[in-house]
Design a protein around this ligand. Structure first.
Ligand code: GLN
Length: 305
């Protein structure tokens, strides 16, 4: 199958969906991104790449960074302790729900909602001296690109408007589920979210999850094959917040979205797919990106089922 022409076909179909969503504006720095951007990149485990549209343009990866945070934490933090502090169940609620966290006494449902990622990052800070720098270095190594960086404007904008994230973190601190200072943890959290990467860089960086934990970019394993399967399971069940069931029904692949409009999907043992289109649906997932992945699965016949 010629994936280049598949991606071109997908772009022309998916672009018709532009105008049906809204660019995130609760983080003012994100609201400035043009709504008509569209990029898509596929990277195969065997080393081939296919790209279309704005696939080389960096955007704010937002919650997609929660996968990198978890990959690093599963590698270096105490596993049992980590999973005592954060669950592994779909949330069925908004990614920044306070009600759910209160109901569950400060233990977030999963590592891919905001509260869960804040706990994962707190666990990283407890074992790393310069956690923020280590995280950036990790993302650079995974993608084989040292030019990747935090977008300080986005990080600041989130800090200045991060009332709900502060509320989530304060609430967890009150329940003894945050070990470090809130300022330190939230500064790291906002920086992780602000990471700017292109679809091409994301597709490369996610290869370990399509490759039993082995990164062809680093030429080494960054996860065990079991950990890689575990993270894929969490993406399938928790990667798109409260729309995860609909997404699994339409696309049938483990994936993670972010409010910057990016989504990364995994075809285990075969390839990674990154797509970016900024307009979001009411759950905070890219409208055009979801359509593009649905078409990709249909045309190529790929699904984990
Ligand atoms: N930085 C965003 C927030 O904290 C991340 C949310 C997302 O991408 N869903 O609200």
């Amino acid at each position: 199958m010629n994936l280049s022409s598949v991606l071109e076909e997908i772009e022309s179909d998916a672009r018709q969906y532009i105008g049906r969503g809204m660019v995130a504006d609760y983080i003012p720095a994100l609201a400035r991104v043009p709504a008509d951007k569209f990029g898509m990149a596929v990277h195969t485990a065997k080393g081939q790449t296919f790209n279309v549209g704005d696939s080389a343009e960096a955007f704010s990866i937002q919650s997609i960074s929660k996968v990198f945070s978890l990959m690093l934490a599963m590698r270096i933090a105490d596993d049992e302790r980590l999973w005592n502090r954060v669950g592994r169940e779909p949330s069925g609620n908004a990614f920044n729900s306070l009600v759910q966290l209160e109901h569950e006494k400060g233990i977030p449902r999963n590592p891919f909602i905001n509260a869960g990622a804040i706990v994962v990052i707190d666990a990283l800070i407890s074992v790393l001296d310069e956690a923020k720098d280590c995280f950036l270095d990790y993302a650079r190594r995974l993608s084989g690109d040292s030019s990747i960086g935090f977008d300080e404007d986005v990080a600041r904008s989130e800090y200045e408007h991060g009332y709900i994230n502060f509320a989530l973190a304060n609430f967890m601190k009150a329940h003894d589920n945050i070990e470090n200072s809130l300022d330190l943890v939230l500064d790291a959290y906002f920086h992780h979210c602000s990471l700017a990467m292109s679809c091409e860089q994301l597709a490369r960086a996610f290869l370990p999850l399509a490759n039993d934990g082995f990164s062809p970019v680093i030429a080494d394993s960054v996860l065990t094959d079991r950990q890689s399967r575990q993270i894929n399971s969490l993406m399938l069940t928790c990667g798109l917040y409260d729309a995860v069931g609909r997404f699994a029904y339409r696309v049938g692949l483990p994936a993670k979205s972010g409010v910057g409009g990016g989504i990364v999907a995994i075809v285990p043992n075969e390839m990674t797919i990154a797509v970016w289109a900024p307009e979001l649906d009411e759950n905070g997932n890219s409208v055009v990106g979801t359509r593009a992945l649905e078409l990709f699965a249909q045309i190529t016949g790929r699904s984990i089922f």
